[in-house]
Design a protein around this ligand. Structure first.
Ligand SMILES: Cc1ncc(COP(=O)(O)O)c(C=O)c1O
Length: 470
């Protein structure tokens, strides 16, 4: 497991990760060099002693000495009389000259944006082993054009996995592999339009991207309110929609889990009117206090489109997702997938199939859960300590937390100013919900970085100008 050590003197946030491909001294060198070039370290005329820095980072002094020596050789650092190390005057001048020329795209130093797993902990070794196996063993015809459902190995592996872990009733023949959830939703929306559907309900608050995808297909999006028990299913009867997109296991972004009576009422609504539920099950594998709630699809496979994704459990860059479809939708959706792009990359599908079938995905998730739970705890603790006016909500699950802002605080403005100061955040504001909120992602940041990021955010929040809506 990679181990992260940080030194968080306020003007000098440095972080080294054991287990990274880069040796520790190279990681340190890169951050110091970047800090000097970017102007962040120019105020630090003297750096901490190698002994103090080594202690703060939990590395041997030799690591720091080697990094300092390299940067001195490059002309970034100098040894001052008395033995202290500082930024060289020539580097100060060069960095100052470089400043105005560079349009300041703020570097995200503390990444608290939602939706991102820790990509440094992607199971590269396991992926490589599976890739090797797949290339050695896969029949050549797997490298040709596929049918629109995806490679059979992945559909078989997902069927077994989802039925066991998520309680679905998914036959391999009912699965269509897509390029992430986003494409899966677009395919479903397109087929619904072709079948005469006009209005689709969407949770409010909900994922803006999903709203865009559904609207782009030509459907009218009807917002349906969400409270602390999830979707307000009682509002569906009056909403006059033929389908609803929901996140029952962990509502995005509020983190609510759909209450048992509402699950039953939702299934009843779908069955009575022959309507469709699209179940976005994007992060259900991450539940920290108990077993995740099972998928709705298992209870009504003919009324539910189940949508899963590799984006949280592995990495969004894979662009792999999967739909489990009612029988009547399999062919039209598979056709739509072929028309869209002739299928998702076969080798990646085969690798994921191998990971899933061998239990490597399960092992990866068992490794990640305690890490993400600790990061969630660190975020909640830091919010309580530094920003007690923010109100975090939601189940102990997933890789994000929504915190409501005190009324009057403007999410968009706070996100903008935070970004200028190196803190990546996402805001939430809705014309229908009164307070704004911040959706904090905690999975991609180390615990010390989360604490430091939130303490810096607190400074921004208390500054006048950001604290009230203008
Ligand atoms: C609610 C929700 N659903 C699904 C996804 C995954 O989308 P995709 O599989 O296209 O990456 C995300 C990613 O942020 C999400 O927040």
């Amino acid at each position: 497991m990679s181990k992260i050590r940080t030194n968080s003197a306020p003007e000098l946030f440095l972080e080294v990760r054991r287990g990274n491909a880069e040796p520790l001294h190279v990681q340190l060198e890169q951050q110091l060099r970047e800090g000097i070039r970017g102007g962040r370290l120019l105020g630090a005329s003297n750096l901490p002693s190698s002994r103090a820095l080594a202690l703060g980072l939990g590395v041997s002094r030799g690591v720091v000495v080697e990094a300092f020596a390299q940067l001195a050789a490059e002309g970034y650092l100098v040894t001052r009389p008395g033995g202290s190390t500082g930024v060289a005057d020539s580097a100060v001048v060069a960095a100052a000259r470089a400043q105005p020329a560079r349009p300041r795209a703020p570097r995200i130093e503390f990444d608290l944006r939602p939706g991102r797993p820790d990509l440094d902990l992607f199971p590269r070794e396991v992926w490589l082993r599976s890739a090797r196996r797949v290339l050695a063993e896969a029949p050549s015809q797997r490298l040709g054009y596929l049918d629109g459902r995806g490679v059979p190995e992945l559909r078989e592996a997902l069927s077994t996995y989802l039925n066991r872990v998520r309680g679905t009733a998914a036959g391999a023949d009912a699965i269509v592999v897509s390029s992430g959830f986003t494409q899966g939703l677009a395919l479903v929306a397109g087929v619904l339009v072709a079948r005469g559907v006009r209005r689709v309900g969407l949770e409010d608050p909900g994922l803006a991207e999903s709203r865009r995808v559904i609207a782009a297909a030509g459907l009218t999006v009807v917002p349906i309110a969400v409270d602390e028990s999830g979707l307000r299913v009682d509002l569906l009867a009056a909403a006059d929609v033929d389908a609803i997109l929901v996140t029952p296991a962990h509502q995005y972004p509020t983190g609510a889990v759909l209450a048992a009576d509402r699950r039953a009422a939702l299934l009843d609504w779908a069955a009575r009117g022959d309507r469709l539920i699209i179940e976005d099950d994007y992060d259900a594998e991450f539940r920290y206090d108990r077993q995740p709630i099972g998928a709705l699809q298992g209870l009504a496979p003919e009324h539910v489109v189940y949508a899963g994704t590799a984006s949280k459990v592995l990495a969004p860059g894979l662009r792999l997702g999967w739909l489990v479809l009612p029988a009547s939708l399999v062919e039209p959706i598979a056709d739509a997938k072929l028309r869209a792009d002739l299928g998702s990359p076969a080798i990646d599908q085969l690798i994921v199939a191998d990971l899933v079938a061998r239990g490597d995905l399960g092992r990866h998730l068992r490794r990640m859960r305690p890490i993400y739970r600790r990061r969630r705890d660190a975020l909640l603790l830091a919010l309580r300590r530094y920003l007690p006016a923010l109100k975090p909500v939601g189940a102990s699950a997933g890789i994000h937390v929504l915190a409501w802002l005190p009324s009057g605080l403007d999410a968009a403005r706070l996100v903008k100013v935070a970004a200028e100061e190196g803190i990546g955040l996402a805001g939430y504001s809705s014309p229908t919900a009164t307070p704004d909120g911040i959706v904090f992602g905690y999975a991609a940041a180390s615990e010390p970085a989360i604490r430091e990021g939130i303490s810096r955010l607190a400074v921004i929040v208390t500054r006048t100008g950001v604290s009230r809506r203008t």
